[in-house]
Ligand binder design. Structure first.
Ligand code: ATP
Ligand code: MG
Length: 142
């Protein structure tokens, strides 16, 4: 397990930028961690570093945003409001979780309680203090 400590949202975005160098089509990144832990900040840096001009914001009500225009498409899910894993199917969320075409990034991935996501890589975000976050992951080379 690797641990990265960031001091301010820009450093969390920069870490997303480093992950952008590794990601390949078909990856599912699951982001865990409390409200305000920096998950959306990470996605913002990832999307920007992939070259998309899209504005990243929390898909809180839509549950899903898509960011095109970069090296690969990013599908951004926020499963916080998911009350039951069965709701994934009518919301059209099953496909990007099971078979990402570009990269799928899912905040609150544990809400899905999916078995059989062999392509899932989990990153855990922890609030340390107002400006400090800790990110644990097992991505190689970071
Ligand atoms: N080191 C840091 N990394 C990331 N965000 C930080 C950091 N320090 C302070 N912040 C602030 O914390 C907030 C992080 O919010 P963000 O929306 O990324 O969290 P989140 O994990 O996506 O929360 P939610 O579960 O509500 O979607 C932002 O307001 C950001 O400015
Ligand atoms: Mg968020």
């Amino acid at each position: 397990m690797n641990v990265v400590v960031t001091h301010g949202p820009q450093e969390t975005e920069a870490f997303g930028g480093r992950v952008a160098k590794l990601v390949r089509p078909g990856w599912l990144l699951g982001l865990e961690g409390d409200l305000g832990a920096g998950k959306t900040a990470f996605v913002r840096g990832l999307v920007r570093a992939l070259g998309s001009p899209a504005r990243v914001h929390s898909p809180t009500f839509s549950l899903m945003n898509r960011y095109a225009g970069g090296r690969m498409e990013v599908v951004h899910l926020d499963l916080y409001r998911l009350t039951s894993p069965e709701d994934l199917v009518p919301a059209g969320l099953e496909e990007p979780l099971l078979r990402p075409e570009g990269v799928t990034v899912a905040e609150w991935i544990s809400r899905a309680r999916f078995d059989g996501l062999p392509h899932l890589r989990t990153l855990r975000f922890r609030w340390i203090d107002e400006n400090t976050r800790e990110i644990s992951h097992d991505l190689p080379g970071l």
